[in-house]
Design a protein around this ligand. Structure first.
Ligand code: ADP
Ligand code: MG
Ligand code: MG
Length: 939
């Protein structure tokens, strides 16, 4: 005879049939209840009906496997024996709870039924047993209410409907002339039970089931049924929980926290989930059942008070806390109940935590030798580091502001951190206000390169339009500014210098009014909120805090050191200015991967020369303008080489379309015409002639230098002269000159020839030799496809994945706002390809480009300098693809370091599971599900 399948797992006493790693079968709750039994903790006995029954139930038209009934009855017998009470017994009744429990925790999504097994007969037994009629009838009425709501479907569908039972309770209180539930007597409660039952009969046409066994199967069915309720379905969608996982059902003997002042119930975390502090953190209530704590009817006490009120009990609980942490090697979230002085554990799971706490706990646990440093690194999502780096609002103040209706809009959380200041509606205003000592939030419909100085002067940037990789977001991250982008509710009126907010007629903001933005959440708050720089920033950047005085910094530092000892990928930064570069070094950058020369062109004393250069009619005129720029560019590069102290610095030659540098308003055009000594008409005609239908694909990148070689000449000269000058100061230099937007090797050759010729000239003039590289950006599909040809000349590649994404998809990032969000929402694309690299498409080009490039130049240095360089999933991709480095904005450098270390560790685990799979083909699906479950539970 074939062995019958096991659908029911008993737990209780000293040994459970399940254990923690059986979450797929027993659900998280059931597996952990079993595990707690196995490690000797006091758990009320019970049994778990497996998730396979749930799957069976839905496959077979709401029927159970035929073996189930006998297995349930058998397990129930064991529970009765363990607890010394009998289900349905009139004298000594066993009561149970029926609890759902999916593989991943789905808080509040499915319902629990308590005190099951009560009827008019067994309630008498309970009264005799406890000598407490009020308690017995309170349990009874709670049971009928919950059963009516959950199993019989009387629960209101939305908040506008009343719960029929609450209405009856209100009426009862009214007629008895009392205010609180607790003032109702045993007899009142007894009457309530009958009234509840009458209501049930009226609404459903059926009698309330008095038979405990019928109650039990009804409740089990309701839990399985709740797997498909709308709330649960929506929650699963949002959290990527597959439907086929199903839920388990736990039937567990009741323990009572509401049996008097020596009873109680509580929830706790083994460490503080907000700060990560190694302190017992939680709340409890005496003389209460679990739901009272959650419902907020009475205010619970902090766990620390229990130490004073009942030291013996506290000691027991604290001991359990230690056992759990030692066993699970993680912070646990627990539920417990005390029945007449005896402690019972009802639940435990790995606790949710803030990013801040995640980091602190992981690092502390390594130091406590609970986990390895590899494990610590795997436990922290790189983006959680933001919580250690960004300025922060005082949490109490923010809460108050939100509660008083000052939260006026929400945009994209484009640049994390908190900023508060006066509204400036133009870059110029922002600069002026900042000069006067004001903190400023620059608010624009969108930003453009001309706004850079205003953005730099501002604490934070808020835009009405644009996505996570809009100009505002990109520049803000590079500068380390707080940024909320694409806040569509804002109606910005430049003409009368004001902002109104859609849907908020009560709000009208004038330039100069205070506003606060939270770039970690996208929230826009009216008025001023205090902020402070994080401790890590105070140590590394403002240098106002001694590392010895900051435990937070030490935590950060340990983690970063571990990450560095594991990662293979180098991390560079995108920086154009010495201060940005030195910030990046403080964050651990190992070079500059992208220095955009054009960002320097907007400086006050430069833009005029730049404009002269652009509108020049002859080569002589252009050279004259360029010679004005030469010393300025040289100075910029000297500054950067000095801070970078021998780290490689990749400088890109001029890239953007020229019209970006030209004036637009009549007034500005007039001024420029005067300065150039030409007529307004001539200049206007010149500007118009530079107009392009599609500037992104127009006269830009290396095409500028091909048509105007003198631009590349000037820039090459500035770089090499600066390098030699700084070298003469005794500082090492490593310039890497990068040619943008190359599509054909011949374009590269032309530019490379210029660079090498000028470099030779300068070295001869100066009588010094330096090492430098000439390489290219790969940002056109053609470049990736012909990378082998390009690499015969280029000494390095840097994938410009922003443009490569635009050119691969054939879409302009700046115009994608109309449809890209919809694409992501409707899952036409799995993610915004400008946020995380499109591994299947753009990524394939990166892979191909790298392979082809190295086929003709094996030691070709390859990196990436798009915004993706600081995005964890993209960093992992770069690691797997064998790149040498990623380059990202300074404030993302720590994130990239951590992501690079995780890439190594994740690669190791996939390798080991792969080799296991190869050895034992049967283990395949089990291994997979385990990895998935783990991912979920750490979420
Ligand atoms: P959720 O998954 O929503 O947390 P639970 O199954 O944990 O739901 O049940 C909610 C609460 O009901 C628990 O926190 C606990 O206080 C109470 N409870 C559940 N089972 C029992 C039991 N056997 N004895 C006493 N209280 C229980
Ligand atoms: Mg619970
Ligand atoms: Mg580009």
């Amino acid at each position: 005879m074939a062995k019958t399948q096991k659908y029911v797992y008993f737990f209780g006493g000293k040994k459970a049939e399940g254990k923690a790693d059986m979450k797929a079968l027993l659900g998280g709750k059931g597996a952990n209840l079993a595990e707690m039994v196995n490690i000797g903790l006091p758990v009320p006995a019970g049994f778990t009906i497996t998730t396979e029954v749930c799957t069976y139930y839905y496959k077979n038209n709401h029927k159970y496997p035929k073996e189930l009934k006998a297995q349930v009855l058998n397990a129930l017998k064991k529970v009765e024996k363990e607890m010394g009470a009998v289900f349905g017994d009139p004298k000594n009744p066993l009561l149970v709870s029926v609890r759902s429990g999916a593989r991943a925790s789905m808080p509040g999504m499915m319902d629990t039924i308590l005190n099951l097994g009560l009827n008019d007969v067994t309630v008498q037994g309970l009264i005799e047993k406890t000598n407490n009629p009020r308690f017995a009838y309170d349990s009874y009425r709670r049971f009928v209410q919950m059963y009516g709501d959950v199993v019989l479907g009387l629960k209101p569908k939305d908040k506008h409907e009343h719960d029929p039972f609450e209405v009856i309770i209100e009426n009862k209180k009214h007629s008895k002339g009392v205010k609180l539930d607790t003032e109702l007597t045993a007899d009142d409660l007894k009457e309530l039970v009958q009234e509840f039952k009458t209501a049930i009969k009226e609404k459903t046409g059926h009698d309330f089931p008095d038979d405990p066994m019928e109650q039990l199967w009804g409740a089990i069915g309701a839990v399985f049924g709740s797997w498909m309720n709308e709330r649960a379905i929506v929650y699963r969608k949002l959290n990527n929980i597959p439907e086929w996982w199903g839920t388990a059902v736990n039937v567990q003997s009741m323990v009572f926290g509401n049996m008097g002042e020596d009873s109680g119930t509580g929830v706790a975390f083994t460490r503080d989930p907000a700060t990560g502090e190694n302190v017992f953190y939680g709340e409890y209530l005496f003389n209460a059942q679990g739901e009272d704590v959650v419902a907020g009817i009475r205010t619970p006490h902090p766990i620390s008070e229990l130490a004073k009120e009942n030291p013996a009990l506290y000691k027991q609980l604290d001991n359990i806390r230690k056992i759990l942490e030692k066993h699970y090697k993680d912070m646990m979230d627990i539920e417990f109940t005390i029945q007449q002085g005896k402690l019972w554990m009802l639940q435990c799971r790995v606790g949710k935590r803030t990013g801040f706490a995640a980091i602190k706990m992981a690092v502390d646990m390594v130091k406590e030798r609970l986990i390895s440093k590899e494990e610590a690194i795997l436990r922290i999502e790189p983006n959680q580091l933001n919580q250690l780096l960004r300025p922060i609002f005082d949490s109490e103040e923010k809460k108050k502001a939100v509660e008083s209706g000052r939260l006026i809009a929400k945009g994209l959380n484009a640049g994390p951190g908190a900023a508060s200041g006066k509204v400036a509606l133009s870059a110029q205003d922002a600069e002026e206000m900042a000069k006067n000592g004001d903190k400023v939030i620059l608010v624009r419909i969108e930003t453009s390169p001309e706004d850079i100085k205003g953005m730099n002067a501002a604490e934070g940037i808020l835009t009405a339009r644009g996505g996570m990789t809009s100009h505002a977001a990109l520049v803000a991250r590079q500068m380390g500014k707080v940024c909320v982008a694409g806040c569509g509710a804002l109606k910005i009126n430049y003409a009368d210098r004001s902002i109104s907010v859609e849907g908020r007629d009560d709000v009208y903001i004038k330039e100069g009014d205070y506003i606060s933005i939270d770039g970690s959440t996208g929230e826009v708050i009216l008025g001023k909120l205090e902020t402070k720089p994080s401790e890590v920033i105070q140590v590394l950047i403002t240098k106002t805090l001694d590392p010895k005085d900051s435990p937070t910094f030490q935590t950060y530092n340990s983690l970063m050191n571990w990450a560095d000892s594991i990662r293979r990928l180098k991390v560079r930064t995108n920086a154009d200015q010495p201060d940005q570069a030195s910030n990046a070094i403080a964050f651990g950058a190992e070079g500059i991967g992208l220095c955009r020369t054009e960002h320097m062109f907007f400086g006050e004393n430069r833009i005029m020369s730049v404009r002269k250069m652009i509108v020049a009619d002859t080569v002589e005129e252009r050279k004259a303008a360029l010679s004005e720029l030469l010393p300025l560019q040289r100075e910029d590069f000297e500054g950067i080489f000095r801070v970078m102290k021998g780290y490689p610095v990749t400088i890109r030659t001029l890239d953007p379309p020229l019209h970006e540098f030209l004036p637009h308003t009549e007034k500005e055009i007039n001024e420029l015409a005067q300065a150039l000594g030409i007529s307004y008409q001539t200049l206007k005609a010149k500007i118009d002639s530079l107009h392009e239908f599609n500037p992104m694909l127009g006269f830009r990148g290396c095409r500028l230098g091909v048509l105007y070689p003198e631009i590349t000449e000037m820039q090459a000269r500035a770089i090499i002269e600066a390098a030699i000058n700084v070298m003469n100061e005794g500082v090492k230099v490593k310039p890497e000159i990068m040619i943008p937007l190359v599509g054909h090797v011949n374009e590269f050759k032309l530019q490379e020839d210029i660079v090498r010729r000028v470099a030779d000239e300068v070295m001869k003039e100066k009588g010094k030799k330096i090492d430098y590289l000439v390489g290219t950006m790969i940002e056109l599909p053609r470049a990736a496809v012909t990378a082998d040809e390009i690499a015969t000349r280029a000494e390095f590649f840097s994938f410009g994945t922003n443009d490569l994404t635009q050119t691969t998809f054939g879409l302009s990032r700046d115009d994608a706002g109309k449809f890209l969000p919809l694409y992501v929402q409707q899952e036409i694309l799995p993610a915004d390809p400008f946020e995380t690299i499109d591994q299947q498409g753009v990524g394939k080009l990166v892979e191909m480009g790298t392979k082809l490039g190295r086929s003709s130049r094996p030691n070709l240095k390859v990196g990436i300098c798009g915004e993706h360089g600081g995005e964890p999933a993209s960093v992992e991709f770069c690691h797997r693809t064998g790149l040498d480095y990623v380059s990202c904005s300074p404030f993302r450098v720590p994130i990239a370091r951590l992501a690079a270390a995780r890439a190594v560790l994740n690669e190791r685990t996939t390798k080991t599971t792969k080799s296991k799979v190869a050895a034992k083909p049967k283990a395949k699906s089990a291994g997979k599900t385990k990895a998935k479950a783990k991912k979920k539970s750490t979420k």
